[in-house]
Design a protein around this ligand. Sequence first.
Ligand code: NAP
Length: 287
Amino acid sequence: MELTDLTSTYTLSNGIAIPAVGYGTFRTPANVARQAVKTAIEVGYRHIDTAAVYQNEEAVGQGIKDSGIDRDDVFLTSKLWNTERGYDKTIAAFEASLKRLQTTYLDLYLIHWPANTKQFGNQAAAINAETWRAFEDLYKQRKVKAIGLSNFMPHHVAELLKTARIRPQVDQIEVHPGWGHQEEIKKLQAMGLVVEAWAPLGGQGATVMQNEVINQIAATHAKTPAQVVLRWELQQEVLPLPKSVHEDRMKENADIFDFSLTPTEMKQIAALPKMGGQCADPDTVDF
Ligand SMILES: NC(=O)c1ccc[n+]([C@@H]2O[C@H](COP(=O)([O-])OP(=O)(O)OC[C@H]3O[C@@H](n4cnc5c(N)ncnc54)[C@H](OP(=O)(O)O)[C@@H]3O)[C@@H](O)[C@H]2O)c1
């Protein structure tokens, strides 16, 4: 389906529509998040991404309320933090997130990071399977409309699928020029997952947006580097989650539907060397 604005959606494997661009809230402090989320909704964002570990869920919930939008008209995601893995802790963490967000359901709940073998040895797969069992039960109880993963590489997903009764519908991974994960994206999409891009602009530092190739392409299209980068992700059917606390940038990051990158430009960006973001390897992180 053609994407035309912030209300345009991808369809998850369970039939749920998910707005194709989301609004990120990582590192948005609680005292800023309330107003930022309200403004983002006023600008037109209909998909808000938060997480328990961001410590801003309450403010995000307030911002949604302040905007006056119907709860059903906004797609809300949160994530289970790493300290809460396992069946019982997952259920309790989910309920705590709902309470902080002042809502009765989530649109999407994600396992924030896979338990990895570096930290958990041969128990890692069993821990992820047990956490997923809780996700499946929350889904069956209709407390969440879609369930998914974050920072799971294709091999983590394949491992999870050995025991999953319900297939994950989303995987949110780090994707930006300089950390493109092209092969992984194709594999995850072939597994039926919608891939979301975190740090879609290259995260907090400005390296990606200062890159010469990206700036040249931006000039060609009379667009900004941020718009080119987000467009590059959309054209791979990836769902970017740009974060900004500034209204002008929220608008800029949403104005990406009226131009297309050529196949050559897509390849030029894909070929850029490692830069930006965290370039995190989920198999080696120790948190
Ligand atoms: N699943 C995970 O493990 C994970 C990890 C990280 C992030 N995330 C999610 O993904 C979202 C996005 O990632 P992110 O916040 O790390 O990075 P990002 O969206 O790639 O970049 C955000 C940074 O870029 C700046 N910025 C935004 N728009 C801009 C523009 N048009 N021009 C220039 N600078 C601009 C922002 O500053 P201002 O705010 O000052 O404008 C901020 O410093 C997060 O907010 C979070 O929801 C998930």
